[in-house]
Design a binder for this molecule. Structure first.
Ligand code: DUC
Ligand code: ZN
Length: 570
């Protein structure tokens, strides 16, 4: 926390007046003022005195929510060579109301120490981020030295208090034995363990058979990674966590059966099993992978054999006709893992899991790959042309961009009167899932994730109502042109939302002003600069679900103590 201090002027640096403040527990009465000094919220009151040096932002009665905390973001990783690095990714986050991101520092299998990994990822982010940030460590080779010494050093020296483990992908996946050893250490150190849960062998078997049968197009990606691969791995991850009594978070959950495993673990056994989902598993279906055209602007050179011009409405809204060209690889834009699921009932199961409390956080899993680039989503086509082979879905880089659209999409579900009841979130739930819970789960309690005295003044101010300046009566339609990432498409093209962050405030300073952008042109609303973001050393994460120390069924009291010597590092 910064120094609130008694020196100098006692005036507030900034007052946000006429705010309708939302926290994870309530919507406070309209008309309150938030007083900010040295980047920290120091007062919330009916009235606050404006000093000679105080700046005032009038929220005009609008909802004022904590700056978004996006706890699952991929930026400048070696396995995603195109698209956003820190500058454009963090800029995009800022324009979408997010003030903190937790990205990844990835250990490759050849690296025996974590120190050079973290050093390298620091160098990529340093001076490049518009907003505050931290790292999770992706562990791919948990050596004895790493487990016994370096993980603790990461916590104590670097403030890195979370690891991510993969159960799939050849370059990353860990066997159950490695996962168990990591979990034992994570439990001892109070490190939060994130898990990508998909059964690797199921996926490999289906993939090789699909390819043998010449099923190579992007749409087969969703068939290669069926829900049962996610639910089996989820169940196994929960068992590993139960055996070791380690709190876990299953990332990007997309399947009803997998969710039911998490729910049962949480509610029947009170296990510390957290669950994350992403907007694409709430809004998008696998039919997107069967797309056969892209906007003309996204097409490669006109003579490519997979392209020929056609004219069709570009996206669902159908308001304006934009030229589209045929492209049988178009579905690659929606390739992510787990894949988009097939039916609206799948989407509904994720909405239900948010509403019944099974889902703990909603992150973007922003994984930016350009579409039209030799290293991006069209990579298999380029590689295959060079090697005279057939391009396949299995070589498409996984992941979707979504840093900037995460908050507007979910805020819409919380405030749009036209939202169907089955998809309606309360405003406190919106704040809990997108800001408060990720901050608490990843060791940022007391600093980030809510609007309260003592917290960093990271704040998102929305427009007072549709029809106000900046947001037309019918809301606004997401297009890639309006976003601030450096990706050539958005998976949410054409989706309507009823509001957008008008101001984003980072530690007491307005860093995004959408009205400036609307008045002066694209990019002008970004008032901050790339060095504004601070690296966050994090404390230990809180367990938000269940409790630790539970014995697996059938295990007697004291039995685990015979083999589990919990290291006491603190
Ligand atoms: N899936 C992943 O496992 N990582 C990044 C993006 C994605 O879709
Ligand atoms: Zn991810």
């Amino acid at each position: 926390m910064g120094d609130i201090g008694n020196e100098g002027s006692m005036d507030f640096d900034l007052i946000i007046k006429n705010a309708t403040i939302v926290t994870a527990s309530e919507v406070l009465q309209p008309g309150l003022s938030i007083g900010i000094k040295n980047g920290i919220i120091v007062a919330i009151a009916l009235f606050l005195p404006v000093g000679a040096s105080t700046k005032v932002v009038d929220a005009e009665g609008a909802y004022v929510t904590p700056g978004g905390v996006d706890s699952h973001v991929h930026l400048h990783q070696d396995n995603a060579p195109t698209g956003d690095k820190w500058l454009t990714g963090s800029r995009s986050a800022l324009a979408g109301g997010t003030t903190t991101i937790l990205a990844f520092a990835t250990q490759s299998r050849t690296q025996e120490s974590l120190f050079p990994v973290v050093k390298e990822y620091h160098s990529r982010a340093d001076g490049q981020s518009y907003i505050d940030y931290g790292f999770h460590l992706i562990l791919t080779k948990p050596t004895e030295k790493i487990l016994q010494h370096e993980l603790k050093a990461m916590v104590d020296q670097e403030g890195i208090t979370s690891v991510k483990l993969y159960m799939t992908y050849p370059a990353m996946k860990l066997g159950d034995g490695d996962m168990l050893e990591i979990m034992m250490q994570a439990r001892a150190l109070g490190v939060t363990t994130m898990i990508h849960a998909e059964n690797s062998d199921m996926i490999d078997m289906i993939t090789s058979r699909l390819l043998r049968n010449s099923r190579t197009l992007p749409k087969y990606h969703a068939i290669a990674r069926p829900q049962i691969a996610e639910s089996e791995a989820t169940n196994r991850a929960i068992s590993l966590s139960t055996l070791t009594s380690t709190p876990i978070l299953i990332v990007h959950m997309s399947s009803p059966v997998a969710i039911s495993h998490a729910r049962k673990a949480q509610s029947k056994s009170l296990l510390p099993v957290h669950a994350e989902t992403c907007p694409h598993y709430l809004y998008l279906l696998s039919s997107k992978l069967a797309a056969t055209s892209v906007p003309a602007a996204l097409a490669p050179e006109p003579h490519s054999p997979s392209h020929s011009p056609s004219h069709s409405p570009s996206h669902g809204g159908g308001e304006e006709e934009e030229e589209e060209v045929e492209d049988e690889w178009a579905g690659a834009r929606h390739v992510c893992a787990p894949p988009l699921r097939h039916s609206t009932s799948d989407l509904q199961s994720i909405w239900d899991a948010m509403l019944n409390g099974t889902i703990t956080t909603v992150s973007s899993d922003h994984a930016p790959s350009l579409y039209n680039s030799p290293g991006g989503k069209r990579k298999p086509l380029i590689d295959a042309a060079a090697s005279q082979t057939v391009p396949t879905f299995a070589q498409i880089p996984n992941g979707l961009p979504g840093l900037e659209t995460r908050l507007p999409l979910l805020f819409d579900a919380a405030t749009n009167v036209d939202t169907p009841p089955s998809r309606r979130l309360s405003l406190p739930k919106f704040v809990e899932l997108t800001s408060t819970n990720p901050a608490r789960l990843y060791g940022l309690s007391g600093r980030k994730g809510t609007i309260a005295p003592g917290f960093d003044a990271d704040i998102t101010i929305w427009y007072p109502s549709p029809g106000h300046t900046g947001v037309a009566e019918g809301g606004l339609t997401i297009t890639n042109d309006m976003l601030h990432h450096s990706i050539d498409y958005t998976p949410f093209e054409g989706v309507k939302v009823c509001n957008w962050p008008r101001y984003t405030i980072l530690r007491g300073e307005v860093k995004w002003d959408r009205d400036v952008e609307l008045r002066e042109g694209h990019g002008r609303g970004i008032l901050g600069s790339p060095g504004d973001g601070r690296y966050l050393k994090r404390g230990k994460g809180e367990v938000l679900v269940g409790r630790t120390g539970q014995l697996p069924p059938g295990m007697r009291e004291g039995e685990r103590d015979e083999w589990a010597v919990w290291a006491t590092h603190d």
